[in-house]
Design a protein around this ligand. Structure first.
Ligand code: ADP
Ligand code: MG
Length: 679
């Protein structure tokens, strides 16, 4: 007997059922047992006084009236009957179940389940509750189904499987943890996840499985991290610390306290024998670029090369400029590997990189592709890139490179997500803005008020400032977005005829984009009309107005990114959201934007409103999927699991003792551990 046997060993599961189950990815007995319901139907009879409006409830009462049936259309009917429940007259409404008529005899007792309408004192739609359902007092599991598989059939299979094979379910968690947290044991928890007797059973079963899922996940991440670290032992950089401090002293401004702390964390990593794998979070405008410059300086002065990877060519261009300004006077060479560069230029850059003549390379993800060879790469920094993960590291490793990695992001990733999606990273946070910044004022205006907005822009421009205008967004159609940008550009050229209006969108050639960006940053154009290509990183401190069309179409984090393009200098800046949201969610987002400038708060709210799947955009998320746990609601458990996992992985006992054999085995099955860790 084994849980790995095919489902056909379960009584009642024949060839046909096997096929139906396999479309749900259920192949073994274990798969069946771990196919959890997504909710439970509660048929326990409850008093009306406890029920909320629109809640689903089961009541017991006496039939008070003849049922009335009305037919409409061929198959449609509506049956209404009055029932006395707890001294209150309740109307139960059944759709397309006229055959129930004979079941309602005045004076008889019935049990009915339905959605409670407080105002009408009715249950609608209602269903008759079977004797079995109301007597069992348990909760009925509801599974997601496909094809011809019936709910009752699947319930029966799982019940059978639990009865015949349930005893084989073994405890995976260490005993100490089970007793410390008073967790249900695994077998009991799985049983109650399917067939709980009460809401409390269900809650306890979930609590146990959520913890298990999150602990195992954290164990996996942290074991992985430990291994990466151990493999990297001995790669310690000999850094001229004094020279680094002198460089910091020479910067045009003193570092903020937070920048200083983060700088130290990074320098410590660079000189430690372990490979750095650090996430640096800092809200837009908090000054991450200079931290990148310091890290690059330190690495180059230690005898290595550095690379800075960014998502767009515009941003690469901009970073090239700021890094050149800071590093070239120190004798450090910085070059751009651009997708649009001439072949000869590209060859030269690549040759100087390979020979070690070039110190720092800036570019898009092309940086780590085929044909780009470093002489001695010591540090990779990624800016605003969500996607630099395990895969890219593999690419580097294949080239025999084991650089330190610093991952910078202005998308303030809620702590929950940071420790789950990036659980194998250390996290640094710049939580302080440079002095003298004025908080951006944000206003929400109806599109019909555009004339006033125009007026306001004109006033700011007359005072010497500049403005961005982000164009209406049409999902999935770059072509229409571009057309919108062109239209808005034409309109503003007319509306602000004394001033020059620039235009930027994704269909422009690279040189045209750069020209548009340069013209704006030199104040040759006072307004830049753009699609969302200016979203990340761009830095023009003289710009004080950000106007965003169709703001309701953006998520909070993206709006915050866009807003972060202004407020980068000492002048008061403004963000104007042009939006007419129809949904409550949309209205709430606009409201939140006007209430807070705090990127972390926004991202937490965004996560609540959108859920983690949407957070980075479905494809990029790379977030783990859980069967029972939910990152938004269970973040406290995640934090506890993270600490517990760290303790385990760091202890001798975990690697040696028999008590942890199952967990080690599990890690091996997951491909995290190699056998030599299991000896
Ligand atoms: P982000 O974190 O969004 O990448 P940047 O690195 O572009 O921010 O910095 C935003 C602006 O703040 C830049 O103009 C930069 O020169 C300036 N800055 C950075 N650090 C400081 C500081 N400690 N004091 C004053 N200005 C600073
Ligand atoms: Mg930046």
């Amino acid at each position: 007997m084994s849980l790995q046997l095919p489902v056909t060993v379960i009584k009642g599961v024949g060839e046909h059922s096997r096929e139906l189950l396999s479309s749900l990815h259920i192949h073994t007995v274990n798969d069946l047992l771990e196919y959890y319901p997504f909710r439970h139907e509660d048929y326990a009879v409850r008093p009306l006084s406890e029920v909320q409006h629109e809640e689903r409830i089961t009541v017991r009462g006496q039939v008070q009236s003849e049922p009335a049936v009305r037919f409409y259309g061929k198959k449609k009917s509506r049956l209404t009957v009055r029932i006395l429940v707890d001294g209150q007259l309740v109307q139960a409404i059944f759709f397309n179940q006229h055959y129930l008529k004979s079941r309602f005899v005045i004076g008889n007792e019935v049990v009915v389940t339905g959605k409670w309408d407080q105002g009408r004192a009715s249950l609608s739609p209602a269903v008759m509750t079977t004797k079995k359902q109301s007597n069992e007092e348990g909760l009925e599991p509801v599974y997601s189904l496909k094809g011809d598989l019936k709910m009752a059939t699947l319930r029966k299979f799982i019940h059978e499987a639990m009865g015949s094979y349930g005893d084989l379910i073994e405890e995976t968690l260490p005993r100490q943890l089970v007793s410390a947290y008073r967790l249900m044991d695994r077998k009991e928890a799985i049983f109650h996840l399917h067939f709980p007797k009460s809401q409390d059973d269900l809650k306890q079963a979930k609590r146990r499985m959520i913890y298990e899922e999150l602990l195992l996940f954290q164990l996996k991440m942290q074991t992985y991290r430990k291994q990466e670290r151990e493999q990297q032992k001995g790669d310690k950089k000999h850094m001229p610390t004094e020279s680094v401090e002198q460089f910091v002293q020479k910067l045009p401004f003193p570092l903020t306290g937070a920048q200083n702390r983060v700088k130290n964390e990074i320098l410590r990593d660079l000189t430690s024998p372990y490979r750095m794998n650090r996430l640096l979070q800092g809200d837009v405008g908090s000054g991450k670029t200079v931290i990148a410059a310091i890290a690059l300086y330190a690495v180059v002065k230690s005898g290595y090369q550095g690379a800075l990877m960014v998502p767009t060519e515009i941003l690469a261009e901009q970073h090239l400029e700021s890094l050149t300004g800071l590093l070239e006077p120190e004798g450090i060479s910085v070059k751009l590997l651009s997708g649009s560069a001439k072949a000869k230029e590209r060859r030269e850059v690549l040759a100087s990189l390979k020979s070690g003549e070039l110190d720092v390379l800036v570019g898009t993800h092309a940086l780590i592709q085929e044909g780009v060879d470093f002489e001695n790469l010591g540090l990779v920094i990624t800016d605003e890139q969500h996607r630099f993960g395990v895969n890219q590291r593999k690419v580097l490793r294949k080239k025999g490179l084991h650089p330190d990695v610093l991952f910078m992001t202005a998308t303030p990733i809620p702590r929950t997500l940071a420790i789950s999606a990036f659980g194998d990273m250390d996290v640094s946070v710049i939580d302080e803005m440079p002095k003298g910044r004025k908080p951006i004022e944000t206003y929400w205006a109806k599109p019909s008020m555009f004339d006033r907005v125009l007026h306001f822009m004109e006033k700011e421009i007359t005072n010497g400032r500049q403005a961005y205008v982000i164009c209406p967004l049409i999902e999935e159609s770059e072509k229409l977005d571009v057309q919108n940008a062109i239209d808005v550009h034409a309109m503003l050229t007319q509306g602000l005829s004394d001033w020059k209006i620039g235009l930027m969108h994704g269909r422009l050639h690279q040189e045209e984009k750069e020209a548009a960006m340069d013209a704006f940053s030199e104040n040759q154009t006072q307004v830049l009309v753009s699609t969302t290509v200016v979203e990340v990183g761009v830095n023009v401190p003289n710009a004080t107005v950000m106007v965003i069309y169709d703001a309701e179409r953006f998520g909070l984090s993206q709006l915050h990114q866009l807003r972060g393009r202004v407020g980068r200098g000492s002048e008061q800046s403004y963000c104007i959201l042009l939006a007419d949201p129809k949904s409550d969610n949309g209205k709430e987002r606009m409201q939140i934007m006007t209430e807070t400038n705090d990127g972390f708060e926004l991202s937490e709210r965004d996560l609540e409103l959108r859920g983690p799947g949407d957070f980075f955009g479905a494809k990029q998320s790379g977030l783990p999927e859980f069967k029972v746990a939910d990152l938004v609601h269970d973040y406290r458990v995640l934090e506890i699991a993270r600490q517990d996992a760290a303790k385990l992985v760091g202890s001798e006992a975990f690697w040696q003792s028999k008590d942890y054999m199952k967990l080690r085995k599990w890690l091996e099955d997951e491909g995290v551990l190699t056998l030599n860790h299991l000896d």
